[in-house]
Write a protein that binds this ligand. Structure first.
Ligand SMILES: NC(=O)c1ccc[n+]([C@@H]2O[C@H](COP(=O)([O-])OP(=O)(O)OC[C@H]3O[C@@H](n4cnc5c(N)ncnc54)[C@H](O)[C@@H]3O)[C@@H](O)[C@H]2O)c1
Length: 354
């Protein structure tokens, strides 16, 4: 079993939730959360980490010296990132590239020098945009759905599988993640790094500091609670774009299964998400948010589609299910209710962030 787990981005949404759950379930294991607190709201997680017995290390993965100060971890959960698909558009991509690519290389180097294993939080955004946009959809009353057989491999009503073609542009964010995955495979081959890649769809749950370009589930529920305006952006402005969603507690269950048998998952890349059963369109999310909060807000229709957007993404989880026996458990309705409950409980501190 692991003795010291380093979580990079450990004060972020995923990192803090994984760290606290690990410390709760494995109290004898040292858990260190390294974070530069770039994400607005991550600082709210510091008292939680302290209370839960997770050591906080203020550090930046762009700096090998900061990583060196983490000691001798035998497992690194790489959860730090600039996670926005819009990062770099209309400005410099420097922070994105230096964190998501060079920073990940620094983490790989730390793993190589310490002989540590790694679990990498990659993204469904490694799959290129144009082939997804070109899939054949039909419009139902509330969402886009795949219509009939598709011409590309790796796509079915079950979602996008690992065999979906990788040619084409995918956002700078997705490109940094794919490049990191490739390097991870090389470190596996050349240095014997034990690593597994989880290509996650939308992750969500309490303590996600949702904003317009990342964390839409929390943003949507928060705007219902705080009474601000929302907009259906793109695809005609009808809110029919679809994503699958995964509660962070369900992700934690998968990470634990992988940790228990990491050599078996060595070099594997898994698509991870809620799948068709746990998915929402924005229009459906509005109904769930109204149900959970008892509030209605104005929703503007903005027909023009934003750069970097796709109309539909569902995760085909067949490979990861077969390899681990894992399956997502939390329904979309329960996820929305959980988020609403968390915001209500922490109304005052969250009012200025969400
Ligand atoms: N949330 C999702 O829907 C989702 C989906 C797919 C993949 N992911 C991936 O999961 C991981 C965690 O995402 P999240 O949702 O928790 O995002 P988050 O923004 O909440 O957490 C990321 C953390 O990394 C920190 N960070 C940023 N730059 C850093 C740097 N240079 N050095 C050290 N720390 C730095 C931030 O301060 C933040 O606390 C990321 O790698 C993200 O790309 C997230």
């Amino acid at each position: 079993m692991f003795k010291h787990i380093l979580i990079t981005g450990g004060a972020g949404f995923v990192g803090s939730n994984l760290g606290l759950s690990l410390k709760r379930d494995l109290p004898g294991v040292k858990v260190t959360a390294l974070d530069n607190l770039k994400r607005r709201g991550s600082e709210l997680n510091l008292p939680r980490l302290k209370e839960g017995g997770v050591d906080f290390l203020h550090g930046d993965i762009r700096s090998p010296e900061d990583l060196d100060a983490a000691g001798n971890p035998d497992l690194i959960l790489e959860c730090s990132a600039e996670p926005s698909v819009l990062a770099g558009y209309g400005g410099s991509p420097a922070y994105l590239l230096n964190t998501n690519l060079l920073g990940t290389i620094n983490c790989l180097e730390l793993a190589r020098m310490r002989g540590a294993a790694m679990i990498f939080l990659s993204t469904s955004r490694v799959y290129p945009m144009a082939p997804i946009r070109d899939l054949i959809f039909q419009e139902t009353a509330t969402r886009f759905e795949l219509s009939g057989p598709q011409t590309l491999p790796g796509v079915s009503p079950a979602g996008i599988a690992e065999t979906f073609p990788l040619d084409g542009a995918r956002t700078l964010y997705g490109a940094t993640k794919l490049a990191s995955e490739l390097l991870m495979a090389e470190y596996g081959e050349m240095y014997g790094l034990t690593a597994v890649v989880n290509r996650c769809g939308v992750l969500t749950g309490p303590w996600q500091m949702g904003k317009v370009d990342q964390g839409f589930m929390v943003l949507w529920v928060a705007k219902h609670i705080f009474g601000a305006k929302l907009a259906y952006l793109g695809y005609g402005g009808t809110g029919k774009q679809v994503r699958d969603i995964l509660h962070v507690a369900d992700l934690y269950e998968l990470v634990r299964l992988q940790m228990d048998d990491l050599p078996r998952h060595q070099g594997q890349v898994y698509n991870v998400g809620g799948g068709p059963e746990v998915s929402v369109s924005l229009a459906e999310l509005t109904a769930l948010a109204q149900e959970a909060t008892g509030q209605k807000v104005d929703i503007q229709a903005v027909p023009e589609t934003r750069v970097g957007d796709i109309p539909w993404y569902l995760t085909d989880t067949a490979k990861v299910r077969a390899a681990t026996g894992w399956a997502p458990r939390t329904s979309a309705r329960d996820i929305v209710a959980d988020i609403a409950c968390w915001i209500e409980k922490n109304r005052e501190s969250l009012r200025h962030i969400l």
